[in-house]
Design a protein around this ligand. Structure first.
Ligand code: ADP
Length: 340
């Protein structure tokens, strides 16, 4: 695949909004944050702890970097899976400055021991440190600087109740509208010094799955294509050619997405089929399908999940221009819907 999943660090840094005013969309979340930031600044207190949840690439890290800038305080960045034991988080906590921010990405992946260690830090700005070992061990109670923990998660449901309840604000980030993504693409084209036609940015946004990170990836690839194959100017025709080359179709589906639907239609007569059976047929790990392929297909209403397995919808046949088999049309044994 030519496109990277994430833009490299240099592009990520260049394109990431520097302050909340530069962020597009998420108006409800921004309104709440502005009030909280304003009130905390007036009281000269740290902002209450904040939890952001939502699918990848929607702006959780961006909020976590913009909020400290608005408050005029420093930020430390940490990641749940990297904090394997309480000792790993101690340096972050002892390095905190007054009202500074500690950002923990993928906070649902914090081990239980680290999570519990955070409780007193979050609630009373205090931690216990054990010095020495065995009979000579003693506990030092350390007062921390008042700080704000910003947690980000793609799986809010996996967070334990006690941790979730310690966040004063919990904000869900939703997908972006076409108009918002088009605005992001136009602004970023300007940052990259790329000339882009208005229709071309709308065309990229239609193929960006409602996700700014995907929009940035698509824009970077289209820019490279335009520079290599044409005069560098991005027109709608250039977008079409560039997207075709990487297998991104007008709905934003990639080759793997279409292979999933084709497998379900051709091998399993449109379903219902179990995820393991689909994964074996495609020779792909079932986790990959569940985490990376299915969410967008479900959201696009191209497949549904039933208690008996995955099924395609009429829209999937229409999109892939496949005529449903006659057997499927006469099948009156309709799948049962379930929450699974
Ligand atoms: P997450 O942490 O939710 O996975 P990020 O905050 O890293 O997502 O966002 C990915 C990229 O998308 C950022 O580098 C930024 O360029 C862009 N982005 C995200 N949210 C916005 C927004 N509201 N306005 C403009 N660009 C955004």
């Amino acid at each position: 695949m030519i496109q990277p999943d994430r833009p490299d660090d240099e592009h990520d840094f260049a394109l990431r909004p520097k302050c909340i005013a530069d962020m597009v969309g998420q108006r409800d979340v921004i309104e709440v944050l502005r009030i909280a930031i304003d009130a905390a600044s007036k009281r000269d207190e740290p902002l209450g702890h904040i939890l952001f949840d939502g699918p990848p690439g929607l702006g959780k890290t961006t909020f976590a970097t913009c909020i400290p800038r608005e408050m005029g305080v420093t930020v430390q960045m940490a990641s749940g899976p990297a904090l394997k034991a309480p000792k790993d988080i101690i340096p972050y906590l002892t390095n905190l400055e007054d009202r500074s921010v500690l950002f923990v990405d993928e906070i649902h992946r914090l081990p239980k021991a680290v999570e519990e260690y955070l409780y007193t830090a979050m609630e009373d700005f205090r931690i216990d440190i054990v010095l020495g070992e065995g009979v000579s061990a003693r506990t030092l109670n350390l007062q921390l600087k008042p700080f704000t923990l910003i947690g980000a998660t793609t799986r809010a449901g996996m967070l334990s109740g006690p941790l979730r309840d310690r966040f004063q604000l919990r904000e869900h980030l939703g997908f972006y509208s076409l108009a918002e993504l088009t605005e992001i693409i136009d602004r970023n084209a300007q940052k990259l010094n790329v000339e882009i036609e208005p229709d071309a940015s709308a065309e990229i946004s239609r193929r960006s799955r409602g996700t700014p990170r995907v929009a940035n990836n698509r824009l970077l690839w289209v820019r490279d294509y335009a520079m290599s194959k044409a005069d560098g100017k991005v027109s709608t025709a250039i977008v079409h050619h560039a997207m075709k080359m990487t297998g991104i179709d007008p709905l934003g589906l990639d080759r793997q997405d279409r292979r999933y639907i084709e497998t379900l239609i051709r091998v399993f007569s449109g379903g219902p089929a179990g995820i393991e059976a689909i994964a074996h047929t495609m020779n792909v790990a079932s986790d990959t399908l569940v985490d990376e392929v299915e969410p967008f297909l479900l959201r696009s209403e191209l497949i549904i999940r039933t208690s008996r397995g995955r099924c395609t919808t009429p829209k999937a046949y229409e999109h892939l221009k496949i005529t449903p088999a006659a057997a499927d049309e006469t099948d009156d044994d309709l799948p049962l819907f379930s929450e699974s």
